[in-house]
Structure formats: structure tokens, C-alpha cells
Design a protein around this ligand. Structure first.
Ligand code: COA
Ligand code: MG
Length: 290
């Protein structure tokens, strides 16, 4: 059986300086909670936010949710202290912003040398320089703690001076290339945030676009987005029925040893069997959350 990828359909950011949001995150059905020390926290509040984030992860209460802390970059006045504090905490992962080269990943990995063995390194892909060397960045997963990427579309738009519209046209090639690079090195990849948190129609369309492009889930900024993202990135009933039919058909004695068969009028190859098993394993892992 294929080992199920851990479901990361919904990854909710919140400012670590917002105690009410942290309390609320413990009850929301997000697969991942990201306590932010970076863009969502003002310079004057950075030190207090770092203390609050570490205190919150150490206090626990997040149930099955994975908890990450997003640090400030190592090129800022706070980055080093952030990574040192997170390394000594119970966080599942540290998310580092604006990585642009394998050397950036290596520096973050080195800063986590004393962290628990299971602590993961997650990276934001949000600079033009990162886009220029996606493959080299993803390849770092083979030799460091790196295991997951999150697209930072707001920062990319700023650097590119491109316009972030609901269609996201200027970003689509970059999203595709990032998915390919991540997949080729076994890195999980989550889509960027949708700033329109009051309009769930706009949000759902963007989440569906992320699913279409191959993302494992979406990063979120507001509680209202969580259930929509979970629904979009969960296998649908129709997809599951097709997957079960493909698995059942390949298990028939008359199909033993075959590479391509027909299932309900459509071709299924062994690659589709693999996809079907992955989908069923993902659905089971999601079921275990409920
Ligand atoms: N996580 C958890 N709880 C959140 C939340 C989040 N990201 N955003 C809002 N909430 C809570 C609020 O505290 C409020 O709680 P209440 O039920 O006790 O009143 C409730 O959800 C409703 O919030 P609402 O009034 O709709 O939002 P707002 O206007 O207060 O805040 C934002 C809007 C965008 C400022 C806020 O959602 C936010 O800070 N989002 C995350 C920003 C971030 O982390 N950015 C960095 C990554 S891009
Ligand atoms: Mg940013």
C-alpha cells in the first residue's frame, strides 16, 4: 500500500501576536496552523510575538493539526533569534520566508542543527530569484530538513510588479513550474493566499485553480476559508468511486498481469492504479482526522 501523504488541505496563518486568533486556531478544522512572526507582525511586536508563538506550541492543544512557526528571514534583525527559539520549541515545522538560493536553505538548516530530529523545514517560494532556481531549491530536500513549500503570491506580485487579479494570469506559469520542481524532489507544495477573505466565491474559484494546478492544499488567512479549502482539496465522492472501481478492476483474475484495461468505458493503466491508491490513502488519512 502507498504511504498516504499527510493531508495539508488547509494551512491557516495567524499573527502570533494575536492571542485570540491562537485560541481560535485550536478549534478550527485546519490541517495546518502557521503562527506568523514575519509579515503579519509589526517590528515593535516581533519579540513578544516570538515568545507568544513558542509558548503556544509548547502549551499544545492543537490536536491533530500540524503547527508551524513562520520566522523572519536570517537577513533581518530577528531571524537568528526566531530560528533559535523555534529550534528549542515543540513546533512541527519552521517556515522560512524569501528563500532565494540553496545557500539560504543550508543556512536555515544549520540554524536548526540542535532542533528535534522530526522538526521540518518549510520554505516560502516568493522571490524572483527563487523562481530562477526552483529545481536546485527543491533538491535541497534530499540533504536537509526541507519538506514543504508554500507559494508567497503577494510577495511575488510585489517583486515582479505584476498585478494579482482573481485569474492570477501572470503567476500561472510560475505556479506550474514550482509544482513540477517540488514533485520531482518529493516536496509537498501549498498554494498562496487569497486576500479576498470576505468573498468565499472568489476564494473557492482560486482554491479550485490551485487543485487543478496540482497543489496539495492552500495557505489561508481567515477562518472562513478553512472549510472551503478542506472541501476543495478532499477527494470528491465521484473521484473516490472511480478510484475504487479502478482498484477493483485491476484485482480481477482476468486482469492479472495486464498494464492497460478498460474500466466503465475508459482506459486505465497501471499509472492510474497508482493514482487511485494514492487518492484512497489520502481519503483515509482525511477520515482519520474526523
Ligand atoms: N486565525 C484565527 N482566527 C482568526 C484569524 C486567523 N487568521 N483571522 C481572524 N480570526 C478570528 C478573529 O479573531 C475573530 O475572532 P472572534 O470570533 O473572537 O471575534 C474572528 O476570527 C472573525 O474575524 P474577522 O473580524 O472576520 O477578521 P478581522 O477583520 O478581525 O481580521 C485579518 C482580518 C485579515 C486582519 C485577519 O483575518 C488576519 O490577521 N489574518 C491573518 C493574517 C496573516 O497571518 N498574514 C500573514 C500571511 S499572508
Ligand atoms: Mg510575505
Amino acid at each position: 500500500m502507498i504511504a498516504p501523504d499527510r493531508p495539508r488541505r488547509s494551512a491557516l496563518y495567524l499573527p502570533a501576536s494575536n492571542a485570540r486568533a491562537i485560541e481560535k486556531a485550536r478549534t478550527l478544522p485546519a490541517d495546518v496552523v502557521i503562527l506568523d512572526l514575519e509579515d503579519a507582525v509589526a517590528p515593535e511586536a516581533k519579540d513578544a510575538a516570538r515568545d507568544a508563538a513558542v509558548e503556544a506550541v509548547n502549551a499544545g492543544g492543537f490536536g491533530h493539526r500540524e503547527v508551524a512557526i513562520r520566522a523572519n528571514g536570517l537577513d533581518t534583525p530577528w531571524g537568528e533569534a526566531d530560528l533559535a527559539a523555534i529550534a528549542g520549541s515543540a513546533a512541527d515545522a519552521v517556515l522560512v520566508p524569501k528563500v532565494s538560493s540553496p545557500a539560504d536553505i543550508a543556512a536555515c538548516d544549520a540554524a536548526l542543527a540542535g532542533a528535534p530530529a522530526g522538526m521540518q523545514l518549510w520554505a516560502m517560494i516568493e522571490t524572483c530569484a527563487a523562481i530562477a532556481q526552483l529545481d536546485a531549491l527543491a533538491a535541497c530536500a534530499r540533504t536537509t530538513r526541507l519538506s514543504l513549500w508554500i507559494m508567497g503570491v503577494n510577495d511575488l506580485a510585489k517583486e515582479m510588479r505584476a498585478q494579482l487579479t482573481p485569474e492570477r494570469t501572470p503567476f500561472l506559469p510560475l505556479l506550474s513550474l514550482a509544482v513540477c520542481a517540488a514533485r520531482s524532489h518529493g516536496v509537498t507544495i501549498l498554494d498562496g493566499v487569497c486576500n479576498e477573505f470576505r468573498d468565499l466565491g472568489v476564494f473557492e474559484a482560486e482554491a479550485r485553480q490551485g487543485l487543478l494546478y496540482g497543489f496539495d492544499g492552500k495557505s489561508l488567512i481567515h477562518p472562513a476559508q478553512v472549510e472551503v479549502a478542506n472541501a476543495v482539496f478532499s477527494p470528491s465522492a465521484a473521484e473516490l468511486a472511480r478510484a475504487q472501481a479502478v482498484i477493483a478492476a485491476f484485482a480481477l483474475p482476468e486482469n492479472a498481469g495486464k498494464g492497460a484495461i478498460q474500466v466503465d468505458g475508459r482506459m486505465a493503466e497501471l499509472l492510474h492504479l497508482e493514482q487511485a491508491r494514492r487518492l484512497v490513502a489520502l481519503a483515509e488519512a482525511i477520515g482519520a482526522f474526523n
